[in-house]
Design a protein around this ligand. Structure first.
Ligand code: AMP
Ligand code: GLY
Length: 420
């Protein structure tokens, strides 16, 4: 089979790496890929948002299956477009992807179907949002309705922060901030669950925990994610049963009921509150960097999993999982998530191969045999082992071997799970 993977980050490197293990696969293309993906897939210079060019490429190259990594092409309707041309593609339709593309849609869906989430109101006028926040006068979270690349949610412990957050979203996020959601602030540990669904049935991949803040101890600004581990011990089987019954099953049903059959991976970002698990957000794709931690744990053929979703028979897929733990430490450019410098040469990438360690590239370029940084999140150093503590040690040992000017990574990825 000829496979096309769309995207250019660490998540896509992990997808390509896992897909390459399938005996069914003869060739992998990646649009646009990065400096690491290039060693296992043929990278083609088409942007993930240029869905018409991607369609042409898939037709011309007789692609058997396309896997979409990021959310933008999904919300732009790449799945609808490919299906109109009878091409196999893994991911939700534009209408289904709205579960991530519009927070107002997702919140209203949850409200309508009684799916537990933070209470909220949505606004289009700044003055109305501010009046509500002033009246509420309690810690809240201010969110942009649309896609904002991880910058769309501002956690506001104080009234003043919340009022400022409204202006920030309106002034800095363009159309994504046309509507604003103001939510109750929830307390608890977070977990990310991936339900792979054909629209009716589903399977769950190992639960993961992301580390969204830039600094150790979950301090500082939110980022795309600074590291992740899986499985997350906080997600006990009793809790998981609740999540299935109260969140995943009703959401899949609700989407079908709304005429938005959801096929693909439904990422449930959860807050495990004292009152039970509640939805923080839904995403219409794999999480990044959770994907880098989760995929090494999967033993079975992932191409079969994608095909079973496309063919609407996920129940025929036998998911097999390694009984191990995995951790991904993100190495970022100094300064991220604010301004940072790029084009730094990276050394030490070959030093840890063979020790159950994988270096997934996120923002890198390969130029004349040398690897350079090209983004905020640069690498996802991933190790797996029978014990999480050992996986953490291995990942950090590998990260210490890798150097580029102003490289930054958190030193506490996975530690919370060891304390529990
Ligand atoms: P989101 O973009 O909705 O995923 O939010 C990004 C991050 O903000 C989440 O992972 C949480 O850490 C935090 N967050 C979002 N909504 C809430 C909420 N209602 N209560 C507390 N924290 C939240
Ligand atoms: N790691 C969070 C996300 O992918 O949205």
């Amino acid at each position: 089979m000829k496979i096309l993977v769309i995207g250019n980050g660490g998540r896509e490197h992990a997808l390509v790496w896992k897909i390459a293990q399938s005996e069914k696969v003869t060739h992998i293309y990646c649009a646009a890929g990065n400096g690491g993906i290039q060693s296992i897939a043929e990278c083609i210079p088409i942007k993930s948002t240029d869905i018409k060019a991607l369609l042409q490429f898939a037709i011309q190259n007789k692609i058997d299956l396309t896997i979409v990594g990021p959310e933008q092409p999904l919300t732009l309707g790449i799945v609808d477009l490919f299906q109109q041309h009878e091409l196999n593609i893994f991911g939700p339709s534009a209408k289904a992807a709205e579960i991530e593309g519009s927070k107002v849609f997702a919140k209203n869906l949850m409200k309508k179907y009684g799916i537990p989430t933070a209470s909220f109101e949505s606004f289009t006028a700044v003055a109305d949002a501010k009046a509500y926040i002033t009246d509420l006068n309690q810690p809240c979270v201010v969110k942009a309705d649309g896609l904002a690349a991880g910058k769309g949610a501002i956690v506001c412990p104080t009234l003043q922060e919340a009022l400022t957050a409204v202006d920030t979203i309106k002034n800095e996020l363009g159309a994504a901030g046309n509507s604003i959601v103001v939510e109750e602030m929830m307390e608890g540990e977070e977990a990310s669950i991936f339900a792979v669904t054909d629209g009716t049935n589903y399977i769950l991949l190992p639960a993961a925990q992301d580390h969204k803040r830039i600094f150790d101890g979950d301090r500082g600004k939110n980022t795309g994610g600074m590291g992740a581990y899986a499985p997350a011990p906080v997600m006990t089987s009793a809790l998981l049963d609740r999540v299935k019954e109260e969140i995943i099953e009703p959401t899949i049903l609700a989407m079908a009921n709304e005429g938005r059959l959801y096929k693909g991976v439904l990422y449930c970002g959860l807050m495990l509150t004292p009152g039970g698990p509640k939805v923080v957000e839904f995403n219409c794709r794999f999480g990044d960097p959770e994907c880098q931690a989760v995929l090494p744990l999967i033993k079975s053929d992932i191409v079969d999993m994608f095909l079973s979703v496309v063919n609407q028979n996920i129940n025929s897929y036998k998911l097999e999982v390694h009984q191990q733990s995995s951790v991904c430490v993100v190495m970022a450019s100094g300064g991220y998530p604010d301004l940072y410098e790029k084009n730094k040469e990276i050394s030490g990438l070959d030093r840890m191969t063979g020790e159950n360690t994988l270096i997934f590239h996120a923002g890198t370029d390969l130029i004349n045999g040398k690897v350079y940084s090209s983004g905020g999140r640069v690498l996802g150093v991933t190790s797996y082992s029978e014990h999480l503590s050992d996986a953490i040690k291995k990942a950090y040992r590998a990260a210490e071997q890798i150097h580029f000017d102003k490289a930054y990574f958190r030193k506490d990825i996975g530690y919370r799970a060891l304390r529990n």
